[in-house]
Write a protein that binds this ligand. Sequence first.
Ligand code: DGY
Length: 346
Amino acid sequence: MELRKSASPETEVVLPDERAGEVKRLLVAQRLFEDTIPTAFAGSSVEVHVRDADEPLGTRELATRLTGYHGVLSLLTDRLDRSVLEANPQLEVISNVAVGFDNIDVPVARRLGITVTNTPDVLTETTADLTLGLMLAVARRLPEADGFVRAGSWTSWKLSPSLMGMDLYGRTLGLFGMGRIGRAVARRAVHGFGMRLLYASRSPLPAEQEGELGATRVDLDDLLSAADVVSLHAALTPETRHVLGPNQFAAMKPSAILVNTARGPLVDEAALAAALESGQIWGAGLDVFENEPEVDPRLLAVRERLVLAPHVGSATLDTRRRMADIAARDARAVLEGRAPAHPVQA
Ligand code: DGY
């Protein structure tokens, strides 16, 4: 297999090893790891074009750029909405390098016969680790503690320092969404941190898992009023958009922490900023935002008990490499007429 720069400064082309019959073309919408495509497409007759860029194209540009392609390997910042898909009904596959696929209009893809794939499982434990990391960082005020030491403000050990935190041990964790990541968070919180567990989700856990975790399924209102830490693990859908807004923050304990490593628009960010400012809730740890990469200035202005991260839930090298590899292999499978390992069922 040959890897070379194409005439377009943005595009590298992996030439097919063999050209038998119609050559299928795949656009990789943004840069991956250098060896992902050569490894996943070794021996394939698929022609792969890699956009040598780390920024998404706008929808108009993407719609035009996809002309003549049979597949696209997308990141979650690539918006494959109705306009893009209807302009490209020749697409056979959209392979998303993410477990979430709210950047893709899946019903339209289905109507047009385009297979959509995602990357579940491989990022579950990594994202659960970051969720617990955010819980601890907020509860024990780690960024503030770090800033305090670096600023030279630490003059003596005090029994009652300004940076008093909150224990997680023995507290009640409320999980909204109990899919793979929710369950991985639950295991860590219950077995590692001795937390009690409430959850709200469309379907109940099997009885033996509920028993093993000591988990109780409740509705969201009861969860919000009882939980010390609320952590979100649901997909973004029209039903879950702004599932936490002013009324929900008003129902939470003033001592509660919110953690969101799922999708930003689950939370009404303006309402969250107001809840933090007014002390309606105690703190928050956010890895995702309503209008990424923009962050509401009212949130940026909150200096205490708010920890922000730039959507890095799955960002370890091993995990991100696996995600890219799975997506590439699934795109190849569809373009070679085989069933992908991770079709989106939604
Ligand atoms: C996903 O996969 O959906 C995460 O948001 C990024 O890894």
